[in-house]
Design a binder for this molecule. Sequence first.
Ligand SMILES: NC(=O)C1=CN([C@@H]2O[C@H](COP(=O)(O)OP(=O)(O)OC[C@H]3O[C@@H](n4cnc5c(N)ncnc54)[C@H](OP(=O)(O)O)[C@@H]3O)[C@@H](O)[C@H]2O)C=CC1
Ligand SMILES: Nc1nc(=O)c2c([nH]1)NC[C@@H]1CN(c3ccc(C(=O)N[C@@H](CCC(=O)O)C(=O)O)cc3)C=[N+]21
Length: 297
Amino acid sequence: MAAQIIDGKAFAARVRDKVAGHVARLVSGHGVTPGLAVVLVGEDPASQVYVRSKGRMTVEVGMASFEHRLAADTGETELLDLIARLNADPSVHGILVQLPLPDHLDEALVIAAIDPAKDVDGFHISNVGLLATGQKAMVPCTPLGCLMMLRDHLGDLSGLEAVVIGRSNIVGKPMAQLLLGDSCTVTIAHSRTRDLPEVVRRADIVVAAVGRPGMVPGDWIKPGATVIDVGINRVDAGEGKTRLVGDCDFDSCAAVAGAITPVPGGVGPMTIACLLANTVTACSRAHGLPEPEGLTA
Ligand SMILES: NC(=O)C1=CN([C@@H]2O[C@H](COP(=O)(O)OP(=O)(O)OC[C@H]3O[C@@H](n4cnc5c(N)ncnc54)[C@H](OP(=O)(O)O)[C@@H]3O)[C@@H](O)[C@H]2O)C=CC1
Ligand SMILES: Nc1nc(=O)c2c([nH]1)NC[C@@H]1CN(c3ccc(C(=O)N[C@@H](CCC(=O)O)C(=O)O)cc3)C=[N+]21
């Protein structure tokens, strides 16, 4: 069996179209333009690329983009002052502080300073708690994008066995919460899990979010399972070049799975599309207007 390839790039373009439609209604119907502020501390080249593409897509869907680039040695007070100004700015509906931050800055403290209503990453403990208790929250972009692709591909997820590999606060844990919210039977695996291959073989849905190139081979996959590969790993491609690969060994997994997301072109583009979706959702909520349909969990 050859797996269906879930085209995250095409799906993300459809999500951005929906976002653009909602933005247009906010602008023409209510005179409100959603705005997203992205804060980048330091000069990490990969982060600069992401921030640039986020800014470009924000403008493409008709929203306002505010970029704040701070020097790598920016102090905590300066960063917290900026966040306070963005919290108070009515033209800013979403705030994203690009992670990781330089070592001298306390990530938990910085995230806690963001107004939860503008926390389009969904990392603030208020949003984490709202998600965990099944209430309306800002949902982290990467897991939200994975959930959208799973629902689109499988329809109703209830009763399915889902195994999430990885327990980070930004991917693994919120992914598990969303799958539980859709009534999957959820297992969270991590580096201390015993007999990971047997655990993964039970899964109808596998979400791999580890950061180890190709660690999941096809013989861990139950025939017909849906595989969502969150990993983004840059590996040597010879001749001084590099390429991106996921956490799943694509060829062997695709030979067994029912469907699989590729890397690149899978979860990554959906993450950015969901950031835009969260921003338009935050803007609608801030103005007491109806939320966009099909763009929230
Ligand atoms: N596509 C996208 O938009 C995004 C992609 N990513 C990518 O997803 C991947 C994961 O990111 P993130 O969650 O931040 O990573 P973290 O490093 O924060 O977490 C990795 C998790 O993998 C677990 N792990 C490590 N080794 C093993 C192993 N041998 N077997 C089982 N589990 C293991 C760790 O377990 P333990 O807790 O026990 O240490 C940990 O829970 C990365 O490749 C990252 O680049 C991340 C964010 C967005
Ligand atoms: N506050 C914060 N929020 C984040 O959401 C956040 C972050 N910090 N720090 C870094 C990670 C990583 N991340 C990605 C987003 C898009 C792609 C993406 O679009 N990837 C393309 C490939 C891009 C390329 O070619 O380099 C793809 O998979 O097809 C990847 C990774 C968001 N993150």
